[in-house]
Design a protein around this ligand. Structure first.
Ligand code: CO8
Length: 259
């Protein structure tokens, strides 16, 4: 791989988008590599949390690669958007928990890929925005769909129509970032959060993620039905017995087996 690196330690995969000279802009090659990495990780049993970040201290991802898009035809633009949609959907729906460690600019496609993650932790210098309308296009990697779901219709429209860039604190205030931490502590913070998530029943966490994602894409009654089915399924697991027995035995250590 030329533009993406992967390291795995303690059941946590760190995926780094590594094109610092272009502020980690997403060209087709990088999108294809990310798709491959996500396909690999979603099948792995030895990874429970994926942390997605950008290389360098300036940018998470400064968007789709403008130098590649400038001469692209409508058909090529659409193909690129569909390619991204497929790999972002993998990221969004994989059984593992995904955390975007937003270490700088998260603009356009960068903001959009962070929104396909379950959780966004921003460094103090992070900046979020959807500048596409200023380029004569619109968000094409899910921004018109995921941003309103995260921050509400009015705020999403304001961000997309004005192309304003917002800082990490404002992103936190409107619910786009879950947390803001100093840049030097960003990866450690995300790894600690990952360890906390992994200490719980991973299969239960996956079911909860599926219930949240499914429910937000459907009506309340169907979402509640999905939740009840997933809840019932969790009663068939070793982890349910272990988690509840540990509580009743006043035991802090739990020996979860993830099934
Ligand atoms: N694409 C290509 N190159 C980029 C990008 C980008 N998105 N962002 C930065 N770069 C390059 C710059 O061209 C520059 O290259 P060089 O050194 O060769 O001149 C290098 O990275 C460093 O950038 P700057 O010199 O501009 O750094 P500054 O600190 O002055 O500015 C900014 C940083 C503010 C982040 C600035 O680079 C910027 O505004 N970048 C563009 C941000 C943007 O508009 N992003 C949205 C892109 S569109 C998009 O994401 C659409 C997604 C949907 C696509 C649908 C399918 C087609």
């Amino acid at each position: 791989m030329n533009n993406v690196t992967l390291s795995i330690e303690n059941e946590v995969a760190v995926v780094t988008i590594d094109r610092p000279k272009s502020l980690n802009a997403l060209n087709s090659e990088t999108l294809a590599e990310l798709g491959e990495v996500f396909s690999d990780i979603e099948k792995r049993k030895d990874v429970k949390v994926l942390i997605l970040t950008g290389s360098g201290e300036k940018a998470f991802v400064a968007g789709a690669d403008i130098s590649e898009m400038v001469n692209a035809s409508p058909a090529e633009g659409r193909t690129m958007a569909l390619l991204a949609a497929e790999s972002f959907a993998k990221l969004e729906n994989m059984p593992q928990v995904t955390i975007a460690a937003v270490n700088g600019f998260a603009l356009g496609g960068g903001c959009e890929i962070s929104m396909a993650c379950d959780i966004r932790v921003a460094s103090e210098n992070a900046k979020f925005g959807q500048p596409e309308c200023g380029l004569g296009i619109l968000p094409g990697f899910g921004g018109t769909q995921r941003l309103p779901r995260l921050v509400g219709k009015g705020r999403a429209k304001e961000l997309i129509f004005t192309c304003d860039m917002i800082d990490a604190q404002e992103a936190y205030r409107i619910g786009l970032a879950n947390k803001v931490v100093p840049q030097a502590e960003l990866l450690d913070y995300c790894k600690k959060m990952a360890a906390k998530i992994i200490s719980n029943g991973s299969y239960a966490v996956s079911l909860a993620k599926a219930a949240i994602n499914t429910g937000l894409d459907t009506d309340l009654a169907s979402g509640l039905k999905f939740e009840a089915d997933a809840f019932g399924l969790s009663f068939s697991t070793y982890d349910k017995k272990e988690g509840m027995t540990a509580f009743l035995e006043k035991r802090k250590e739990k020996n979860f087996k993830d099934f």
